[in-house]
Ligand binder design. Structure first.
Ligand code: MLT
Length: 400
């Protein structure tokens, strides 16, 4: 009989957010009258910006007429969207990219999970810990060797530069789950490390739109030399509420090279085009038109206001966690707040206490990796009034 991929036995039984959903559903079934407030998965709750809605309506209308109908799109995404990305997201940072460095996708999760297809499984993959579980799980699935890079208060949740050689390094700033940000100086240390070791950095900046501090880098390409060692992932999910619409993009600079097995230089941009054109048929025309509207003046303004709303919610969460002595961090240039469990109790135990006694769902820190033990994450992608209610319930519980 055919055997399954044995790498799957290296994975936790369930994907973290599915595990949480199953536990919450079981609780809800057993307690049908419970008024559960969900602050676990970082799913947006605010409606799409009117400019995005208008553009998508128009795109649907295009598809209703013979002469404006759109079938398969270009494999890298429409040129007009890739040009808008380069002009709208990178030119203001002083970063010079070509539209051909950009690959439009159906959200950053797919590409952060699939990118390993174009790399050898030889060598070591370094992953900051705690971490968005997709990077770890997908590397285990493909049989790669993973090394955790512990992130904690002492290193500002940005990891210590390793003394061993890592071939691939995953970084995510503003960080999921800790809400930490990285300074240009620290990011430069990572870029310098990658350049001197011939490593590739996978830089997930899905949450860059939450940065309000002008000193914090939005893109790894703000650091000199990064185009020779880094791939960047961006998403319209958290920037513009596209978690259900699905659109994002990956930047692979055309000059980014690795060696093939015979030591010849190969372009990762070319390999990714080969991979995507074989396995992916592009984000829909409608979602790409919606994404284009993000770059219009009204789109920008509306999106900025929505993010301000989430940041204010984050402030309320942070203040509440401070009030009950759980030492929060993050939530200032990021949507996530990372807090300590009381008396350092186990993350899942505290998850259960909050669910059972306050009917509030958070994400247990240990679900993000070993360094998350004794912590939990709260998302600010929640309704304001429900957040205030959830914070009150946690305060009541902690003050008992
Ligand atoms: C999270 O809660 O960490 C994110 O929403 C998950 C994701 O973006 O896939």
């Amino acid at each position: 009989m055919i055997k399954s991929n044995s790498n799957f036995s290296r994975l936790p039984e369930r994907y973290l957010f599915l595990d949480i959903a199953k536990r919450v559903n079981a609780f809800s079934k057993a307690n049908p009258s419970a008024d559960i407030i969900r602050m676990g998965i970082g799913d947006v709750t605010r409606p799409l910006a009117p400019a995005v809605i208008k553009a998508m309506h128009e795109a649907v209308e295009d598809c209703a007429a013979q002469d404006t109908f759109h079938g398969y799109g270009p494999e890298r995404g429409y040129q007009w969207l890739r040009e808008a990305i380069v002009k709208g997201d990178y030119e203001p940072l002083g970063v010079n990219l070509s539209p051909d460095d950009i690959f439009v996708n159906d959200g950053a999760k797919s590409d952060t999970g699939n990118i390993g297809d174009i790399l050898s499984t030889d060598g070591l993959v370094g992953i900051t810990d705690p971490v968005y579980p997709v990077y770890v799980d997908t590397n285990l699935m493909r049989g790669a060797q993973v090394r955790f890079i512990p992130c904690n208060a002492a290193n500002g949740y940005t990891g210590d530069i390793p003394t061993e050689r890592l071939d691939v390094i995953y970084l995510c700033y503003p960080n999921n789950p800790t809400g930490a940000v990285i300074t240009k100086a620290k990011l430069k240390e990572w870029v310098d490390y990658a350049l001197s070791n011939g490593s590739i950095i996978m830089y997930d900046s899905a949450y860059e739109a939450f940065i309000r501090d002008p000193e914090i880098p939005h893109s790894i390409y703000e650091i000199e030399g990064a185009k020779e060692c880094a791939i960047e992932f961006r998403s319209f999910s958290k920037t513009a509420g596209f978690t259900g619409i699905r659109c994002g993009y990956t930047v692979i600079p055309q000059g980014l090279m690795v060696n093939d097995e015979s030591g010849r230089k190969v372009s990762l941009n070319a390999l990714w085009e080969r991979r995507q054109s074989c396995k992916f048929n592009g984000a829909s025309y409608v979602s790409q038109r919606g994404a284009l509207a993000v770059y219009t003046p009204e789109g920008r303004k509306q999106i900025h206001e929505t993010i301000d709303y989430y940041l204010e919610t984050a402030r309320i969460i942070r203040d509440s966690m401070t009030e009950v002595g759980l030492n929060p961090q993050g939530g200032e240039n990021a949507p996530y707040i990372w807090a300590e469990t009381p008396q350092g109790i186990d993350s899942w135990e505290f998850f259960d206490i909050l669910l059972e006694k306050a009917q509030v769902v958070v994400t247990p820190g240990s679900g993000f990796g070993p360094s998350g033990q004794g912590y939990f994450r709260i998302t600010s992608f929640a309704d304001r009034q429900r957040t205030i209610e959830a914070m009150q319930r946690i305060k009541n519980l902690m003050n008992k």
